[in-house]
Design a protein around this ligand. Sequence first.
Ligand code: F6R
Length: 606
Amino acid sequence: MCGIVGYVGHGKAKTVILEGLEKLEYRGYDSAGIAVIKDSEIIIEKKKGRLQNLENHLKDIDLDSDIGIGHTRWATHGEPSDKNSHPHYNRDKTIAVVHNGIIENYSLIKKDLKEKGYIFESDTDTEVVAHLLDFLYEGDLFDAVTKMLKVIRGSYALGIIHKDFPKELICTRKDSPLVIGIGNNENFIASDVPAILKHTKNVYFLEDGDIAKISADTIKIFDKTLTPVEREIKVIEWDYEQATKGGYPHFMIKEIFEQPKSIEETLNRRIKNSMPDFSDVLTEEEIKKIDMVHIVACGTAYHAGLQGQFALRKLAKTNSYVEIASEYRYMDPFVTENTLAIFVSQSGETLDTLAALKEAKARGAKTLAITNVVGSTISREADNTIYTMAGPEIAVASTKAYTTQVVMLQLLAIYLAEKKEVMTKTEVKEAINTLYSIPKKIEFTLNESDKIKPISEGLKDKVNGFYIGRGLDFNIALEGSLKMKEISYIHTEAFPAGELKHGSIALIEPGTPVVVIGMQSDLLEKTISNIKELKARGAYIISVGREDCLDLKNVSDSFIGIQDIDDIFSGLLSVIPLQLLSYYTSLSKGIDVDKPRNLAKSVTVE
Ligand code: F6R
């Protein structure tokens, strides 16, 4: 969702901020703006629409400055428009504010400020912060910010400048991410690391309630009691190149092609002497106590969770259940101290997942995060964290984060299985070997990606479609369908293959595309019967199965063959053609693949 970039240093504010905002475009936004202090004035420029609009508008405007803040806004309060874009001024234009999150009590504050004579230019919740600071300001910006924080409620990451403090940037956060980048005679703030990776890999992750006072050569951090604190400097392992397209036309296709490497790195991180090792997050004693595993996540991460549940049940003989995070905390989850609650989130910032984590913790569960982002809020809130090694995922549609989450959950299941002695050491080693064979097998599919293009050409004008599968294949169908919806805008639904005939088959017409995943050997015959029912009603069948599976190929209109693999790990292979199918369909429809409409990469509102 919204993105913040701030800079204080020497002369480069405009360039650093605009380049940084570009790197945050993937988070999703509908307007962009910048504020700098120049010649003792604050200048704000902002525009509705893509960042390019703002950049075009700024071409002939001299904004060279030592200090500034920038923002990409994803509308919550007030439509996307120039006036609702951030930054926001106070009344005499001495203060500028950018904000991510939601000020929950903004209407009360707004009413109060209006009574005091303040005039509001926008419909946003953020503007109250600028006017409230104005009201509380008595010559010391930091002091005004601390007073303002006592009044506002909700979630926020804030960047604030004042024209009388042209060398000082103030930032603060609660329930919304914000990092401080440590430079050499220059410092940065950003909602996410890729925005500043070009300039530094050394960062502070602020804790909830922290306030920082930043100049070109000092960073002073205070906790919520206003006590000066030393936060640990974290060194980011990601490279700047990983956050660029590196010759690919889109981030999504680059990230699809990165999966062999990211899966291998994820395996390497957790396999020691050919055995999975999670002893740093789960001791044998803790494992013995676990009688239930909850896996909680949203969207694609939820689909990874479904595969995790499958592995936990099949391999580790462990009771497990997966829930959508936005539902979890409202369903009175049954949690005991023997519940292990796993929260899966690429960004580590998804508010629904974070709220569910807090709920499980409050109910006494042992909490474990699986996330891709070091220092993210979810990683800090959970009792323990396991990091996937996907590297930065920039495209809105998740691909490599998903497969690395699946690998991590499967490895964790194997680890539990070994500790619970329901798998022998030999079986564990065999499973690990199979997982290590996956990157090569994915490469096989990637090398054949050209074969998928013509299939997507046939899909581009369709309005509806279905994805079906049985058992684990149904979980893959769900993920394939979500990918297709989000980047091609074709309405698809996923069903267990045996379920369509219980109602939804009424929607099948001649030419309706149905994508079938047929990797579960013991269920294949039944899936093929379902295909026949669909074909009899005119469906166009696109199937994904083992390359030598003639039974499936012969009943399909288009067939995508993948390499052989044990049924239980097959989702890591069968999902690849589905990712490619949605990518190429999106391309053939001329959609902005990396930034599909209405979506945000990091969803930090409920
Ligand atoms: C779909 C997609 C989303 C995310 C979901 C959770 O391609 O990316 O469905 O999976 O919003 O996000 P994280 O994993 O960051 O919690």
